[in-house]
Design a protein around this ligand. Structure first.
Ligand code: GDD
Length: 409
């Protein structure tokens, strides 16, 4: 049997995702019309002999209750949300629930970060992992040398694929091969995490320190049950014939900001063509709106036949798009109203917002700059003929004047 664990983190971690994380946990934010975490969960379905999927985080249980029960039914695989009482780190969280995770004596455990976007080649990783015969296999990818320092940089043996060296977000360049945050382990991972924990306990109680020094050391170092997968496990175990790498040549992105969620929504919509084409809006309906490129429209949304939508547009439940509206590269969240002849381009429009007639909500679409996309928080009203460019608008604001490059608090 195999189990999968998805690390979803918690509310304090999502600050870069504001204002969209105010009342929806980031893992449930929709990309291509599905909650972010749905994409790795659907990928898990392809793992042979998958017994269970666990989501581990420190969000309140009730925030995930509905999602977890509906996705369990849909996939016919039990999906459970496990809440940590406090953050234990990416490896500590796994260890904290070791008894539940190993209950069915799995031979392998997949571990996935929830904030990455890729095609999750999980069965392929498992095959490679069995061939290598180590404790763990990491999904890795080559990125540009300039962007590598945002990730774990690593060196792998070109022939055996063994992980030889690992540094988390280094200050000086190590390698353009980076850690994708997707792993498969044997249950030996639990003893490796335990060793880190025990080691810390020993250090805190070393007898040759005076009690003052011991106290200083203990407070300066991390709590014994806080273990980071990257720094505390991957770095020390590199070059010990325990960890191996599987390189993907397909797409991969990390989703830390709303702008990146817009980019990743496009990547998942493009992937739907090969996996779930029925989810894409059809381009040939005569009485429907004009559809350009990859578009998702929730069945409950009402889009006028003279509107033009796409590419990269995702429209959530109960949205109304009026006559003559033009939508390009945007995520429109639940219950939004877009009135006649409005234009939305390179933007995310928050739940229950309303965009007036002949208004424009737009940006130039640079995913790497702070105001590269325009974001309207929940229940923002843009009045008729108002233009909002490269701006972030916090929830419950009404805009009756045009703004450019502003953060409206
Ligand atoms: N449950 C739980 N508890 N989840 C956590 C905790 C915790 O205490 N801490 C982090 N996570 C989750 C986050 O939500 C995220 O999904 C994942 O664990 C990794 O988060 P971080 O530890 O903050 O690392 P990162 O995202 O900056 O970088 C990691 O992922 C990159 C790939 O996206 C590193 O492993 C990098 O090396 C890697 O390149």
């Amino acid at each position: 049997k195999v189990v999968a664990v998805i690390m979803v983190g918690g509310p304090t971690k999502g600050t870069r995702f504001r204002p969209l994380s105010f009342n929806t946990p980031k893992p449930l934010f929709p990309l291509a019309g599905q909650p972010m975490v749905n994409h790795p969960i659907s990928a898990c379905k392809k793992i042979p002999n998958l017994a269970q999927i666990f989501l581990i985080g420190f969000y309140e249980e009730r925030e995930f209750a509905l999602y977890v029960s509906s996705i369990s039914k849909e996939l016919k695989v039990p999906v459970r949300y496990l809440k940590e009482d406090k953050p234990h780190g990416s490896a500590g969280g796994l260890y904290y629930f070791r008894n539940l995770i190993t209950e069915e004596l799995p031979s392998h455990i997949f571990l996935l970060n929830c904030d990455v976007c890729c095609n999750f080649p999980l069965p392929e990783m498992l095959v490679a992992h069995r061939r290598y015969g180590g404790m763990g296999t990491l999904l890795v990818i080559k990125v540009s040398a300039e962007s590598a320092n945002q990730f774990g940089e690593l060196v792998a043996d070109p022939v055996t694929k063994e992980l030889l060296h690992y540094t988390e977000k280094p200050e000086t360049f190590v390698s353009d091969l980076i850690n994708c945050g997707v792993y498969v382990f044997t249950p030996e991972i639990f003893s490796a995490i335990q060793d880190v924990s025990l080691n810390r306990e020993d250090r805190a109680t070393l007898p040759h320190f005076s009690s003052f020094e011991a106290l200083q050391l203990a407070t300066r170092s991390l709590p014994t049950d806080f273990v980071r997968l990257d720094q505390d496990i991957l770095s020390p175990l590199a070059g010990k014939k325990k960890l191996y790498t599987y390189e993907t040549m397909d797409f991969w992105e990390q989703i830390k900001t709303p702008a990146m969620s817009l980019k990743c929504s496009a990547l998942y919509l493009a992937q739907f063509q090969y996996t779930t084409a029925h989810l894409l809006a059809s381009r040939d309906g005569t009485k429907n709106a004009t559809i350009v490129g990859d578009v998702y429209i929730h069945p409950s949304a009402k889009v006028h036949s003279t509107a033009k939508i796409g590419p990269n547009v995702s429209i959530s439940a109960n949205v109304r798009v009026a006559a003559g509206a033009r939508l390009i590269s945007c995520i429109i969240l639940d219950d939004v109203e877009i009135k006649e002849n409005a234009v939305v381009m390179h933007a995310i429009v928050g739940w229950k917002s309303s965009i007036g007639k002949w208004s424009r909500v737009q940006a130039e679409g640079d995913y790497n700059s702070k105001l590269g996309i325009t974001i309207l928080g929940e229940a923002v009203t843009v009045e008729d003929e108002v233009v909002v460019i490269n701006s972030i608008v916090l929830p419950n604001k009404t805009l009756n004047l045009s703004v450019q490059e502003e953060i409206i608090l």
